[in-house]
Write a protein that binds this ligand. Structure first.
Ligand code: GDP
Ligand code: ZN
Length: 373
């Protein structure tokens, strides 16, 4: 792999590669890791972080490591589930020395007085927004989750769960169409964990990367996770462990390899997600409105009563639902409120990190939309 490796660990890194591939390791991660490999450090993916320690899957199995070196004051730089870590090969404790630059990250604006971002999951490729077919459709809520997903850098997928509750295919297709109006550029799938319908398609979509499940409580996320894992997650997750003081503790893994390929991250933080800082994400959810706005006569058109407003023209022509515009405004206001509370330096950092990623995501979305037409 690397013929110039002075430590002669070519075969080691090859076996590490195949063992970690199930957790998302690829050639780009291996390249980024090369300097750490040269120092004799081992690569591994963080499956759980808590109180100064973390669990990491390595080529030699899951190990417990100390996070003292990767727990800086800046909450955005703290090691988190999904990170690729460089861990010491031996020692008691073994220390995580560093982690690789993140491709994507789910960040939450905390509601504390001094609003700071909190990192919830790193290196997520697919954000699955679970929406129950059994509840009244709340498109505004879907749009909010989509904004969070885009903001993270992950590709969103909407999954209409409990499809068995809507057995009529025509009604079901109307449901999908309604959701599609709120989700331009986003695949919308239907699944029934109960009957197994649509699970293969979803498993194939998620097979190529790391996923998270978002959605309201009761949307069917746990059931879906169990169905994808082909077993009861809680049974899989519960690991009887002996802590430093000899007590038995039950630990949970927040990152699991899926049997059909891919990885699922399910952290308590992601579950209870509330308001997030999702500025550019909002723009991507409402891409068609932003496109229209570019054709308004005034650059700073508020789409209220300005002459030459392309957004109002689309509304009047029935091409843009009033609800979409209202939802757009609501999420923008909400976001501005959070932004005002959030540290400016932090925001600049997030923007810088995902600017490139966001541009790539937008291009991919446009390509997809072009294909759908
Ligand atoms: P979560 O809060 O998002 O994790 O949702 P759960 O997975 O706990 O599911 C909420 C409820 O929906 C539970 O009572 C499940 O049994 C039910 N449910 C989940 N998936 C399905 C499904 O495919 N079909 C039906 N009919 N019910 C489901
Ligand atoms: Zn306008």
């Amino acid at each position: 792999m690397n013929p110039q490796n002075h430590h002669g660990s070519t075969s080691t890194s090859t076996s590490a590669f195949s063992a970690l591939a199930a957790y998302g390791w690829d050639a780009d991660w291996a390249d980024a890791f090369a300097p750490y490999a040269a120092e004799g450090l081992l690569p591994g993916r963080v499956v759980r972080v808590d109180r100064g320690q973390c669990d990491i899957v390595t080529a030699d199995g899951t190990i417990r490591a100390d996070t003292a070196f990767v727990t800086p004051h800046d909450p955005m730089r703290v090691l988190c589930t999904g990170d690729w870590a460089a861990v010491e090969p031996a020692g008691n404790p073994r220390y995580v020395r560093a982690y690789l630059p993140r491709r994507t990250a789910f960040v939450r604006s905390t509601s504390s007085k001094r609003s700071e971002g909190q990192i919830l999951a790193a290196n997520v490729d697919h954000a699955v927004v679970a929406v129950s077919c059994g509840a009244d459709l709340d498109l505004g809520r879907i749009e909010r989750f989509l904004a969070l997903a885009w903001e993270s850098g992950a590709q969103p997928v909407v999954v209409l769960t409990k499809a068995d509750l809507v057995p009529d295919p025509v009604t079901r297709s109307y449901l999908v169409q309604d959701v599609e109006t709120a989700a331009p550029g986003v695949p919308v799938l239907t699944v029934s964990a109960e009957h197994g319908d649509g699970l293969d398609t979803l498993a194939a979509v998620l097979g190529g990367g790391t996923s998270v499940l978002l959605g309201q409580s009761g949307a069917g996320k746990s059931t879906l996770a169990n169905a994808l894992l082909g077993t009861d997650v809680m049974d899989v997750q519960a690991v009887r462990d002996v802590d430093g003081k000899g007590r038995h503790t039950t630990t949970t893994r927040n990152l699991l390899a899926l049997p059909g390929g891919g990885v699922l991250i399910d952290t308590p933080g992601l579950r209870g997600v509330g308001l997030w800082d999702a500025g550019s994400g909002v723009g991507q959810v409402f891409a068609e409105i932003e496109e229209l706005a570019e054709r308004c006569r005034f650059h700073d058109c508020a789409h209220e009563s300005e002459p030459g407003c392309a957004v109002r023209a689309a509304l009047e022509a029935g091409e843009l639902p009033e609800r979409r515009l209202e939802s757009y405004r609501k999420l923008q206001r909400e976001n501005q409120y959070i932004v005002a509370k959030t540290d400016a330096r932090l925001r600049a950092e997030i923007r810088k990190e995902w600017k490139r990623k966001g541009a790539a995501g937008k291009a991919a979305m446009e390509a997809k939309r072009g294909r759908l037409r």
